[in-house]
Design a protein around this ligand. Structure first.
Ligand SMILES: [Zn+2]
Length: 157
């Protein structure tokens, strides 16, 4: 960087104390001017840094936020699908007693979620092991109503 002599107007090195052309002493005001210029450069550097942060960092933050949002909403929809899955309810058929007995269940939902097609009396309350469907005859079909899925079909003699 160079400055201009206030005496002869020529460009001189900025570390000069005396003009090499006319011998004029370089005034403190000119050095102050240089200082102002370098402060101006510092400000420019700061503005560039801020712009870089805004241009680079904000899109990265948005990308991270968007990724997190997509991830969490996919978890939410996965949980919704799981909620809609048909539970496993296994029955043991007794032809002598005309009963179907729950031997295993993955749900404790109400029996009102199960639709019976054919003759038989469903228990009430929550579905638990050892619950018994009594009075079965002919073909008895059980359907899980929330997903309209067949749980099983049994034919009594
Ligand atoms: Zn000069």
């Amino acid at each position: 960087m160079s400055i201009y002599c206030s005496g002869c107007g020529r460009s001189i090195p900025d570390d000069s104390n005396v003009c090499p052309y006319c011998g004029k002493k370089i005034e403190i005001t000119e050095k102050s001017l240089r200082k102002v210029e370098s402060e101006q450069k510092d400000k420019t550097a700061l503005i560039i840094a801020v712009v870089v942060i805004v241009v680079v960092a904000i899109p990265i933050l948005i990308a991270i936020a968007a990724t997190f949002f997509v991830y969490s909403s996919s978890i939410a929809s996965y949980e919704m699908i799981s909620d809609m899955q048909t539970p496993s309810v296994l029955f043991s058929k007794d032809d002598t007693e005309n009963t179907l007995t729950v031997i295993m269940t993955t749900t404790s939902d109400s029996w009102s979620s199960i639709l019976i097609n054919g003759e038989g009396t469903l228990p009430s309350g929550s579905i638990d092991e050892y619950d018994v469907i009594t009075g079965c005859s002919g073909t008895v079909t059980l359907t899980w109503e929330p997903t309209n899925t067949l749980l099983g079909s049994w034919t009594f003699s």
